[in-house]
Design a protein around this ligand. Structure first.
Ligand code: NAP
Length: 379
């Protein structure tokens, strides 16, 4: 534990050594989160590692093994350590008095657990019955800020999405798989793949279920045993969008695809509305949406390392009669807003609502001010 300030809240990060945990540590510092005491936890594997936290001063913090840790005195615990770890530890932290903000899918569909995107449904944090709050899936997160304002103005009826998901979304092992396979292909003459998909002797996949270098893989998660033949990742978009937008009857279908990109997911979205909406109407309301930036060509490289959800290529959906359909493309950093940033935004709201601790950066992080201006069109 490190004492940072005399006021603020006591914060713990479980999974502090992982990819999301690493981004979480920097966002807590960047957003000047009002930290009193700060603790980093992980498994026995990395207990004892010393991590530097660059808040007001640079502070060394020793990682604790969660299984050996004293859980008392924590106000807010932010988890990014997988679903199994969260199922086991979230109730124990909550029982010890902490509010838990969880990044995994373990609690998202629990009726007594708010599922929150900070710009979209912060009011759902007024009451937190189990002291546990869930952070949505990273693809759902990417499109919620846009869908919220479009729904408010035009009434969202139906969503069809195809994802272009980066390998870091599957943890650091996905990143290593893409790196190793790419190196293998370069070493053996990658352009042989132009005429023969079997020309390179790739290693066995270690995380993504098929070779991901110079390929796309339309399979993320596990097939759900309900006859739908969808994966659980594909069902998350429907189930989580309904809960976050308070639209229990929203029609939604998703195809999840892993692509050879390190970080930032892309989403091709076709959305149908109750009212007529033109691309210009949509651009006008999206320009005012917190957390959203309009872009001519929103790419993952543009999004990686930044906070906003970028939206562009907005067209009338020609497969929907009249002017009730839009087609658009969204990109967003899956490790930042898709995971760590939204979790910190939720923690900021909890600090204000439940501890009366002011967070100076909250208003800017919940608008586009922490990102390029919403009205600025980026190529
Ligand atoms: P990661 O890089 O593989 O890191 C996993 C972290 O969890 C490490 O700190 C690890 O600690 C810790 N951990 C694993 N098992 C543990 C256990 N039994 N007890 C305590 N700590 C344990 O994975 P990640 O990409 O950061 O993702 C972490 C979580 O965030 C997952 O729940 C994932 O679903 C969620 N998430 C990820 C993304 C994304 O884009 N990657 C987006 C949204 C949500 P050690 O160092 O000790 O092994």
């Amino acid at each position: 534990m490190a004492h940072i300030n005399d006021s603020g809240v006591n914060v713990a990060v479980l999974g502090a050594t992982g990819q999301v945990g690493m981004v979480m540590r920097s966002i807590l510092a960047e957003h000047k989160f009002p930290v009193k005491d700060l603790r980093f936890l992980a498994s026995a594997h990395s207990a004892g590692t010393v991590l530097q936290w660059e808040g007001t001063d640079i502070t060394d913090i020793t990682v604790e093994d969660v299984a050996q840790a004293d859980l008392s005195g924590i106000d807010i615990a932010i988890f990014s350590a997988g679903g199994g770890t969260s199922k086991k530890w979230a109730p124990r932290f909550a029982e010890a008095g902490a509010y838990v903000v969880d990044n995994s899918s373990a609690w998202r569909m629990d009726e007594d657990v708010p599922l929150v995107v900070s710009e979209v449904n912060p009011e759902d944090l007024d009451v937190i019955p189990k002291r546990i709050v869930a952070n949505p899936n990273c693809s759902t997160m990417a499109i919620m800020p846009e869908m919220k304002v479009l729904n408010d103005h035009f009434g969202l009826r139906r969503l069809v999405a195809s994802t272009y998901q980066a390998v870091s979304g599957s943890g650091r092992n996905g990143v290593l798989q893409l790196k190793n396979e790419t190196q293998t292909a370069i070493d053996q003459g990658a352009d042989k793949l132009v005429f023969d998909g079997s020309a390179i002797d790739f290693p066995q996949p270690t995380k993504v279920v098929r070779t991901i270098a110079f390929n796309v893989v339309p399979f993320i998660g596990d097939i759900v045993d309900d006859g739908s033949e969808e994966t659980d990742e594909e069902q998350k978009l429907r189930n989580e969008s309904r809960k976050i937008l308070h639209l229990p009857n929203l029609l939604a279908s998703c195809t999840c695809v892993r692509v050879p990109v390190f970080t930032a997911h892309g989403m091709s979205v076709n959305a149908e509305f109750e009212k007529d909406v033109t691309p210009d109407d949509a651009r006008k309301v999206l320009a005012t949406a917190p957390g959203v930036v309009l872009a001519d060509i929103p790419t993952p490289q543009m999004a990686a390392g930044t906070d906003p959800s970028y939206v562009g290529r907005i067209r009338q959906d020609q497969a929907v009669e009249g002017k009730k359909g839009l087609a658009l493309f969204i990109t967003n950093d899956n490790l930042r807003k898709g995971a760590a940033l939204n979790a910190v935004n939720i923690a900021q709201i909890i600090a204000e609502k439940h501890f009366g601790v002011k967070t100076p950066e909250l208003s800017s992080s919940n608008s586009s001010a922490s990102a390029p201006s919403a009205s600025k069109i980026q190529a």
